[in-house]
Design a protein. Structure first.
Length: 165
Protein backbone atom coordinates (compact mmCIF):
# COMPACT_ATOMS: atom_id res chain seq x y z
CA UNK A 1 0.00 0.00 0.00
CA UNK A 2 2.79 2.38 0.81
CA UNK A 3 4.64 1.49 -2.40
CA UNK A 4 1.50 2.09 -4.36
CA UNK A 5 1.09 5.55 -2.83
CA UNK A 6 4.68 6.34 -3.68
CA UNK A 7 4.18 5.33 -7.28
CA UNK A 8 1.20 7.59 -7.52
CA UNK A 9 3.18 10.50 -6.22
CA UNK A 10 5.95 9.82 -8.77
CA UNK A 11 3.43 9.61 -11.57
CA UNK A 12 1.96 12.91 -10.48
CA UNK A 13 5.31 14.66 -11.01
CA UNK A 14 5.79 13.45 -14.56
CA UNK A 15 3.07 15.55 -16.15
CA UNK A 16 4.55 18.65 -14.49
CA UNK A 17 7.91 17.94 -16.16
CA UNK A 18 6.34 17.52 -19.55
CA UNK A 19 4.78 20.97 -19.21
CA UNK A 20 8.30 22.42 -18.90
CA UNK A 21 9.49 20.87 -22.13
CA UNK A 22 10.70 23.57 -24.58
CA UNK A 23 11.01 26.31 -21.95
CA UNK A 24 14.75 26.61 -22.56
CA UNK A 25 14.17 27.21 -26.26
CA UNK A 26 11.64 29.93 -25.52
CA UNK A 27 13.96 31.58 -23.00
CA UNK A 28 16.82 31.41 -25.51
CA UNK A 29 14.64 32.93 -28.23
CA UNK A 30 13.85 35.85 -25.94
CA UNK A 31 17.32 36.35 -24.44
CA UNK A 32 19.50 35.87 -27.53
CA UNK A 33 18.38 39.02 -29.41
CA UNK A 34 19.02 41.10 -26.30
CA UNK A 35 22.49 39.64 -25.81
CA UNK A 36 23.23 40.09 -29.50
CA UNK A 37 22.18 43.75 -29.43
CA UNK A 38 24.38 44.40 -26.41
CA UNK A 39 27.34 42.69 -28.09
CA UNK A 40 26.71 44.61 -31.33
CA UNK A 41 26.55 47.91 -29.43
CA UNK A 42 29.81 47.16 -27.61
CA UNK A 43 31.66 46.27 -30.82
CA UNK A 44 30.23 49.24 -32.73
CA UNK A 45 31.05 51.77 -30.02
CA UNK A 46 34.55 50.34 -29.64
CA UNK A 47 35.15 50.78 -33.36
CA UNK A 48 33.76 54.33 -33.31
CA UNK A 49 36.01 55.24 -30.38
CA UNK A 50 38.99 53.56 -32.08
CA UNK A 51 38.52 55.54 -35.28
CA UNK A 52 37.92 58.78 -33.35
CA UNK A 53 41.06 58.29 -31.29
CA UNK A 54 43.11 57.38 -34.37
CA UNK A 55 41.94 60.50 -36.20
CA UNK A 56 42.80 62.70 -33.23
CA UNK A 57 46.23 61.11 -32.76
CA UNK A 58 47.01 61.34 -36.49
CA UNK A 59 45.98 65.00 -36.65
CA UNK A 60 48.19 65.71 -33.63
CA UNK A 61 51.10 63.99 -35.41
CA UNK A 62 50.37 66.11 -38.46
CA UNK A 63 50.32 69.28 -36.38
CA UNK A 64 53.70 68.36 -34.91
CA UNK A 65 55.00 67.76 -38.43
CA UNK A 66 54.07 71.36 -39.24
CA UNK A 67 56.75 72.47 -36.79
CA UNK A 68 59.51 71.05 -39.00
CA UNK A 69 61.39 73.66 -40.98
CA UNK A 70 60.43 74.01 -44.66
CA UNK A 71 62.79 75.83 -47.00
CA UNK A 72 60.80 78.73 -48.46
CA UNK A 73 61.32 82.25 -49.76
CA UNK A 74 58.38 83.98 -48.11
CA UNK A 75 56.00 83.52 -45.19
CA UNK A 76 53.00 82.39 -47.27
CA UNK A 77 54.87 79.62 -49.05
CA UNK A 78 56.48 78.51 -45.77
CA UNK A 79 53.08 78.19 -44.09
CA UNK A 80 51.52 76.40 -47.07
CA UNK A 81 54.49 74.01 -47.26
CA UNK A 82 54.16 73.25 -43.57
CA UNK A 83 50.40 72.74 -43.98
CA UNK A 84 50.97 70.26 -46.83
CA UNK A 85 53.57 68.41 -44.76
CA UNK A 86 51.12 68.31 -41.86
CA UNK A 87 48.39 66.72 -44.01
CA UNK A 88 50.80 64.21 -45.51
CA UNK A 89 52.00 63.14 -42.05
CA UNK A 90 48.46 63.01 -40.64
CA UNK A 91 47.24 60.76 -43.45
CA UNK A 92 50.14 58.35 -42.83
CA UNK A 93 48.74 57.67 -39.37
CA UNK A 94 45.37 56.41 -40.60
CA UNK A 95 46.33 54.22 -43.55
CA UNK A 96 44.65 51.24 -41.86
CA UNK A 97 41.18 52.69 -42.48
CA UNK A 98 39.18 51.27 -45.39
CA UNK A 99 38.71 54.72 -46.91
CA UNK A 100 41.25 57.48 -46.47
CA UNK A 101 39.86 60.38 -44.46
CA UNK A 102 39.89 63.89 -45.86
CA UNK A 103 42.53 66.23 -44.54
CA UNK A 104 41.97 69.97 -44.36
CA UNK A 105 44.26 72.61 -42.98
CA UNK A 106 43.42 76.10 -41.83
CA UNK A 107 46.32 78.53 -41.75
CA UNK A 108 45.89 81.60 -39.56
CA UNK A 109 48.73 83.98 -40.32
CA UNK A 110 49.63 87.50 -39.27
CA UNK A 111 48.08 90.05 -38.75
CA UNK A 112 45.07 88.13 -37.42
CA UNK A 113 47.10 85.15 -36.17
CA UNK A 114 45.75 82.57 -33.76
CA UNK A 115 42.57 83.16 -31.83
CA UNK A 116 44.24 82.99 -28.42
CA UNK A 117 47.54 84.67 -29.39
CA UNK A 118 47.46 86.99 -32.41
CA UNK A 119 51.24 87.34 -32.41
CA UNK A 120 51.60 83.69 -33.49
CA UNK A 121 50.73 81.88 -36.72
CA UNK A 122 48.52 78.79 -36.42
CA UNK A 123 48.04 75.70 -38.53
CA UNK A 124 44.98 73.62 -37.74
CA UNK A 125 44.87 70.07 -39.10
CA UNK A 126 41.49 68.33 -39.37
CA UNK A 127 40.93 64.72 -40.42
CA UNK A 128 37.34 63.72 -41.27
CA UNK A 129 36.07 60.19 -41.82
CA UNK A 130 32.57 59.58 -43.29
CA UNK A 131 31.31 56.96 -40.81
CA UNK A 132 27.73 56.92 -42.15
CA UNK A 133 28.81 55.94 -45.68
CA UNK A 134 31.88 53.80 -44.81
CA UNK A 135 31.34 52.20 -41.38
CA UNK A 136 33.84 49.59 -40.22
CA UNK A 137 31.03 47.57 -38.63
CA UNK A 138 27.95 46.90 -40.79
CA UNK A 139 24.90 48.77 -39.58
CA UNK A 140 21.78 46.85 -38.71
CA UNK A 141 18.42 48.11 -39.96
CA UNK A 142 16.93 50.81 -37.72
CA UNK A 143 20.06 50.92 -35.54
CA UNK A 144 22.20 53.28 -37.61
CA UNK A 145 20.36 56.41 -36.47
CA UNK A 146 22.34 56.67 -33.22
CA UNK A 147 25.70 56.41 -34.98
CA UNK A 148 27.60 59.55 -35.99
CA UNK A 149 27.68 60.62 -39.63
CA UNK A 150 31.22 62.04 -39.61
CA UNK A 151 34.10 61.43 -37.22
CA UNK A 152 36.70 64.18 -37.00
CA UNK A 153 40.03 64.68 -35.28
CA UNK A 154 41.48 68.16 -34.96
CA UNK A 155 44.77 69.58 -33.72
CA UNK A 156 46.28 73.06 -33.81
CA UNK A 157 49.89 74.12 -33.59
CA UNK A 158 51.26 77.62 -32.99
CA UNK A 159 54.29 78.75 -34.94
CA UNK A 160 56.36 81.77 -34.02
CA UNK A 161 56.65 84.00 -37.12
CA UNK A 162 60.24 84.86 -36.16
CA UNK A 163 61.26 81.20 -36.59
CA UNK A 164 59.16 80.59 -39.70
CA UNK A 165 61.79 81.23 -42.36
Amino acid sequence: MIARAMNLSCDAERPARSKQRGAAAVEFAIAFPLFFLVLYAIVTFCMIFLVQHSLTAASADGARAALVYVNAQDTGSALSGRAQAACARALQGVTWLATAPTCTTVVSAQPSGCTNNTAMDCIQVTLSYPWSTKPLVPTLPMLGAWQPTVLAGRATVQIDPVNLL
